[in-house]
Ligand binder design. Structure first.
Ligand code: ADP
Ligand code: MG
Length: 338
């Protein structure tokens, strides 16, 4: 199969908002006068970001979804993508499933694939995504203000829990694994939420490296601190069950002590919740006046939105435990924003 045939068969589909797509030396698009172009790229490398034998349909979905998540975090409307792919061999069943996953995601979010590059090499998928945002309305990491409320979409920890199961670090019941694996393999980028947050949120980021690290980026860029509350950070039923199991199995709950010793927390579970990657939820900050509006937004989008804390002026990120005590995360080796 020639490279041309491969591109034609697997990576060429009708476009919806593109002047010239796949097939020429460059693609052509127009953007309206009052719009800015938001551009971002994410690369997925076999063995680093996914197992080499990962399901190709899910990989196609996820490759585009993680890029869409960056558009969501900017409040941008995704429109165009390019796909640069290195393939160790021409495996047609694999390509059929990969492109089906990719284009399923592209259709759901109305994105045109407008070009790319195809080459032989270790399996690597590099996608550039482009979207539009009305001039001046992009939601940046640098906009958080002291006293903003900190919000989180969905819940955290499932992707990390599924990964821990796949790595043999714990064993989930099969229905629990199925539900957690969805978060890991077919993440849902929060595009509609991102668009709705224009004019409401002061700052936003998508969670790809864990809540502490990613909220840390907002704090750093905005020159502020934060207090967040463990009890308010939503997690799924499977993660809750693991938490209880771990607590009952170990009499002295190894791991993380709180400052006054009132509670101790299991480090593995805390780590999935606070430092687990791959959740692709949005973390955003907004003035307290927006609180009721955000609750309404949660209902209209049918997406849980939880207020997990507040922006402070003390340039630190503190996590409060169930009795409002400050949890000593640094002592436990968590690497987070200071
Ligand atoms: P060039 O030699 O000009 O780089 P190529 O032969 O690499 O062109 O690609 C031919 C056309 O196919 C170009 O329009 C390019 O953007 C597109 N293309 C190549 N690989 C992909 C891919 N994986 N997905 C989508 N479009 C692709
Ligand atoms: Mg080329």
């Amino acid at each position: 199969m020639s490279e041309f045939d491969l591109i034609h068969q697997y990576f060429t589909r009708a476009t919806h908002h593109t002047i010239l797509g796949v097939g020429d030396d460059a693609a052509l698009v127009t953007i309206a006068n009052n719009m800015e172009l938001a551009i971002s790229a994410d690369m997925l490398v076999a063995g680093t970001h996914f197992f080499a034998d990962a399901d190709p349909y899910q990989l196609g979905w996820k490759s585009l979804a993680v890029n869409l998540s960056d558009m969501a975090a900017m409040g941008a409307s995704p429109k165009w993508a390019t796909l640069a792919i290195a393939l160790p061999e021409v495996n047609q069943p694999w390509l059929t499933e990969f492109s089906r996953g990719f284009f399923t995601c592209a259709e759901v979010f109305n994105v045109d694939l407008i070009g790319g590059d195809t080459t032989r090499g270790p399996l690597t998928i590099s996608i550039q995504i482009m979207g539009e945002v009305p001039t001046g309305q992009a939601i940046k990491r640098s906009g958080a203000k002291v006293d903003d409320e900190i919000w989180l979409s969905g819940h955290l920890g499932d992707a990390a829990l599924a990964l821990a199961h796949m790595q043999g670090n714990l064993t989930l019941a099969s229905d629990a694994f199925t539900s957690c694996a969805k978060a890991l393999h077919t993440p849902q980028p929060r595009v509609a939420l991102g668009l709705s947050l224009r004019g409401i949120a002061n700052s936003a980021i998508d969670i790809s490296d864990g809540l502490l690290a990613d909220l840390g980026h907002i704090l750093e860029r905005s020159n502020v601190g934060a207090a967040i509350y463990l009890a308010n950070i939503p997690h799924s039923a499977p993660l809750g069950i693991e938490l209880l199991k771990e607590a009952s199995e170990s009499k002295s709950n190894i791991g993380v002590r709180s400052e006054n010793g009132a509670n101790s927390y299991n480090k593995n579970i805390l780590s999935m919740l606070l430092a687990g990657g791959d959740d692709y939820e949005l973390c955003f900050t907004a003035p307290a006046e927006q609180h009721a509006g955000i609750i309404q937004l949660s209902e209209s989008l049918n997406l849980p939105l939880s207020c997990i804390g507040r922006i402070t002026n003390n340039a630190q990120l503190t996590v409060h435990g169930f009795n409002d005590e400050i949890i000593d995360l640094e002592g436990a080796g968590f690497d987070h924003f200071k």
